[in-house]
Write a new protein. Structure first.
Ligand SMILES: C=C1C[C@]23C[C@H]1CC[C@H]2[C@]1(C)CCC[C@@](C)(C(=O)O)[C@H]1[C@@H]3C(=O)O
Ligand SMILES: O=C(O)CCC(=O)C(=O)O
Ligand SMILES: [Fe+2]
Length: 386
């Protein structure tokens, strides 16, 4: 029996964030200047129902997944780890990963060396300026993309392709874009991406076991992934209660492995409340994204989160966004679809969802539902056969 894909009608979203093609906002996010500014430019002010306000969020105890237990081969420890990750992903899609085996010096270097780039003059940083529609390069608060509710942050994103013949692309990016003196930075983030790739594929095995499908199903799906490493730099803000470092959103990607520095700021929306996910040394925060939610037929949740800023010190985070190869069709394994669990989302390929978030829709908590509608309206252009 053909199981129709059932898309729940998207919640009417009066806040729909069409990315208008209006001229870029006039404001320039020059952080050495703006970090001392007590009059926050209006473009960075968030509406009352979204701004963080002066209240500290209650801490959220994120479930802890011990990768040493998962790797131990001890059936009881493995089963317990799978149960923990399954419960976490079915509820809110967030979990901590400890004993991950990633070199702690690589993590501390990765965060510390961000300063070598972000503390440069804006004119130099803009040598890597990200172009509209592209998802790599330097972006300062997205003044070129959005006209309101600008995030108080600068980002440098680059592509990591796990395909063998382009496994060095990150290293070259830095040298080519920023010059020979940044070649070592490229090597550092290349090593960082390689470590993230290994961990991400291992976590997809854990997710497969949690979902009760073949252990290798998802790790094979992501073997030749085409992912994104993003450096987030949040300068201090004199009125942190009025703005946001990163607005409320669900990651449209598949799986995010986030390394925070020692400064709090990440918050997740759980049980109708913003809750703080404070930094835990040597632990990654991992969360399910929209693409994996579709791949799990909605069983694992891609949940809303945001980042707040503070008025004293910069906050830094490094996000590895696992994304499938452009030719992979995002469709749940047959074990997860049946008469009582109809397919929730249409099949798609990642480049279509990425294009949607870069050119047509600002990622929020309804991205996937609106994308599904948009996809069906544009079926000829973005059919998975393309
Ligand atoms: C594919 C991506 C788009 C964003 C970076 C990665 C995964 C997360 C997305 C993002 C962070 C969600 C919130 C809005 C956004 C514009 C941002 O604040 O950076 C998003 C990123 C983007 O579109 O550049
Ligand atoms: O910086 C953070 O803590 C979160 C950033 C984030 O959610 C993102 O870049 O998608
Ligand atoms: Fe995110």
């Amino acid at each position: 029996m053909a199981i129709e894909c059932m898309i729940p009608t998207p919640t009417p979203n009066h806040e729909r964030q069409e990315i208008e093609n209006k001229p870029a906002a006039a404001v320039v996010f020059d952080s050495p200047v703006l970090r001392h500014e007590s009059n926050i430019p209006t473009e960075f002010l968030w509406p009352d129902h979204e701004k963080p306000g002066p209240y500290a969020a209650r801490e959220f105890q994120v479930p802890v997944i011990d990768m040493a237990a998962f790797r131990s081969g001890d059936p009881v420890a493995v089963a317990e780890t799978c149960k923990l990750v399954d419960e976490a992903c079915k509820k809110h899609g967030f979990f901590l990963v400890v004993n991950h085996g990633v070199d702690t010096e690589l993590l501390s270097d990765g965060v510390r060396e961000m300063d070598r780039y972000f503390e440069l003059p804006l004119s130099f940083k803009e040598k890597a300026l990200r172009k509209l529609g592209e998802h790599c390069g330097y972006a300062s608060s997205f003044t070129g993309r959005f006209n309101a509710k600008l995030p108080w942050k600068e980002t440098l994103s680059f592509r990591f392709s796990a395909e063998k013949e382009c496994s060095h692309v990150v290293g070259e990016y830095f040298e080519k874009t920023l010059g020979q003196e940044f070649a070592d930075l490229g090597e550092l983030y290349q090593k960082y991406c390689n470590a993230m790739n290994t961990l991400a594929l291992e976590i997809t095995e854990l997710l497969g076991m949690g979902l009760g499908v073949d252990r290798k199903h998802f790790s094979e799906f992501y073997q030749e992934n085409d992912s994104v490493l993003r450096l987030n730099y949040y300068p201090p803000c004199q009125k942190p209660e009025l703005t946001l470092g990163t607005g409320p959103h669900c990651d449209p990607t598949s799986l995010t492995i986030l390394h925070q520095d020692s400064v709090s700021g990440l918050q997740v929306f759980v049980d109708n409340e913003w809750r703080a996910v404070n930094p835990t040394p040597n632990a990654f925060v991992v969360n399910i994204g929209d693409t994996f939610m579709a791949l799990s037929n909605g069983l694992y949740k891609s949940c809303m989160h945001r980042a707040v800023v503070n008025n004293e010190i910069p906050r830094k985070s490094i996000a590895f966004f696992l994304c499938p190869h452009k030719d992979k069709v995002v469709t749940p394994p047959p074990e997860l679809v049946d008469a009582t669990h109809p397919k929730l989302y249409p099949d798609f390929k990642w480049p279509a969802l990425l294009e949607y978030t870069q050119l047509h829709y600002r990622s929020d908590t309804d991205t996937l539902l609106n994308f599904a509608t948009w996809l069906q309206q544009n079926q000829t252009l973005h059919a998975t056969q393309a």
